[in-house]
Design a protein around this ligand. Sequence first.
Ligand code: GTP
Ligand code: MG
Length: 298
Amino acid sequence: MNRKSGFVALLGRPNVGKSTLLNRIVRAKIAIVTRKPQTTRDRIAGILTETRGQIVFLDSPGIHKPTRALNSHMVRTACRIGEEADIVAHVIDDRPVGKGPEDAMVRGILEKIPVPRILVVNKVDRIGRAAADEVRKSLSRDDFYAASFLVSATKGDGVEAFVTALFARLPEGPAFYPEEDLTDLPMRFIAKEVIREKLFEGLAEEIPYSIAVRIDEYKEEPEKNLIRIRAEILVERDSQKGIVIGKGGAFLKKVGMASRLELEKETGSRVYLELFVVVERDWSRSESMLRHLGYEPG
Ligand SMILES: Nc1nc2c(ncn2[C@@H]2O[C@H](COP(=O)(O)OP(=O)(O)OP(=O)(O)O)[C@@H](O)[C@H]2O)c(=O)[nH]1
Ligand SMILES: [Mg+2]
């Protein structure tokens, strides 16, 4: 059997479980996952290499109505990822898919992408198989989707059937990446994301959306089995700085500890992590600050 290869984009509204699905498929934590919508801000590639071939899964920011420059960047990124793909998987969850503004946007974007679309109804563990199948059927009446699947990204149900269908549809071709690679992202990027995840999970209301993380130093000292990381946490207002630091520095310490433990596990190395909180007024509305933070405008 000749090997297949190709790119599969995971697109959809925020919080439907795209990143969880990516991690499940490649059996590693590549993308950060939180309970909050709009967690993913970049193109995150997860690479699956098997005897059947290689699929590069592209996780994307959830598609939503942009309010700030950061959000416009996120939506443009998602659109670009769709254009890069050989197959687009539209991921939905238990929230009704109707004529809401986000659904209309997703539909508009999917309509423009000239590759097969596959519907993935995620979170079947929560919805129940019968209800999820109703949703699947109601959205599969016309031939907008080439196929549809019910999955649980957290439990793994249905994921293998979905991957098998993708291999069946992809063309024969060489692998794009070495077979041991799980992502094309550098560890420096992953470090930034891990810190952002711990901040997102611990902060309430709108503060996560005012947070960015910048890695100022990432230095490997292999002879000491040590990685030194110095990172700045950007917030938009003084009041947010106090909250991120916490009483007596407690919250920042907690974030630092959780991030360090995870990064040590990921790298197999000791990690020395220093975190600083900096106020950068309205960074999420500034194109130049976005560029500076690596959120390249599309
Ligand atoms: N019950 C259940 N929860 C899930 C499943 N998949 C994802 N979740 C949860 O849904 C929430 C959002 O998951 P993410 O993977 O971050 O969603 P996303 O689509 O990447 O979100 P954005 O990056 O914000 O667009 C998290 O709390 C996940 O644990 C699933 O199959 N079942
Ligand atoms: Mg995500």
